[in-house]
Design a protein around this ligand. Structure first.
Ligand code: CA
Length: 224
């Protein structure tokens, strides 16, 4: 389980990091909103702990950008602003929970566990895109209600597309998320797998869903 902590107060950040590492979480930290957002968009985290008042980009703007980019990573907001209005704005912008500073570590840990558990349950829910449907629990796939057989890697690739629709996914991103590692000669393998997947998903369908973005990677979308 990987957690990103975006917090400019070094003492608070290292207090959280140390505590969570003792609980066997992997923790990375960022000291401002810009650096944090870059990390959140590039790498996959299971949870983001986000301070509200941050240099360069505040928590609110961070959260808005994250959700605009369709990143569903759960966010626990840390705030010294404990007025109801501020908390409501935060939750409406897409934070999943909040904690008012100062807080006890036990409380933070309880919230972290609850959010990760909830998001794992959501992850089990069926995903749909156009007439494509996948079940992350059984790894079954349907297009127009017709079941399609995929290998484990083809399924992993498709699930990654389905969780990031309408976004260009570079070969590096695909290698990183679906194969968990990256090196240059690997990109050919990705092309091969994308072609396998296309044959099964798109070949007999009137509307193609997996498109090549020349020189960059691939995108799951409807139409050209
Ligand atoms: Ca702060």
């Amino acid at each position: 389980m990987k957690i990103l902590v975006v917090e400019d107060e070094k003492k608070v950040a290292s207090f959280i990091k140390r505590g969570l590492e003792e609980e066997s979480y992997e923790v990375e930290t960022a000291v401002d909103g810009e650096a944090g957002l870059e990390m959140a968009l590039e790498r996959r985290f299971d949870l983001i702990i986000l301070d509200w008042m941050l240099p360069k980009r505040d928590g609110m703007s961070f959260l808005k950008e994250l959700r605009d980019r369709k990143m569903a990573t759960p966010v626990l907001m840390l705030t010294a602003k404990d007025t109801v209005e501020d908390i409501v704005v935060g939750l409406e912008t897409g934070s999943d929970d909040y904690l008012t500073k100062p807080f006890a570590f036990a409380e933070l840990l309880a919230r972290v566990k609850a959010l990760i558990r909830r998001s794992e349950m959501d992850r089990g829910a069926e995903l749909r895109f156009a007439d494509l449907r996948i079940d992350p629990v059984t790894h079954k796939v349907w297009r127009s209600e017709k079941e399609i057989d995929l290998t484990a890697k083809e399924y992993g690739l498709l699930e990654y597309f389905m969780r990031n629709p309408n976004q260009v996914l570079t070969r590096t991103m695909i290698a990183d998320h679906v194969w968990d590692y990256t090196f240059d000669s690997f990109t050919n393998i990705i092309d091969v797998y994308v072609n396998y997947l296309r044959k099964k998903i798109d070949r007999d369908a009137p509307v193609k869903l997996i498109h090549t973005v020349r020189g960059v990677g691939y995108i799951l979308k409807e139409g050209e």
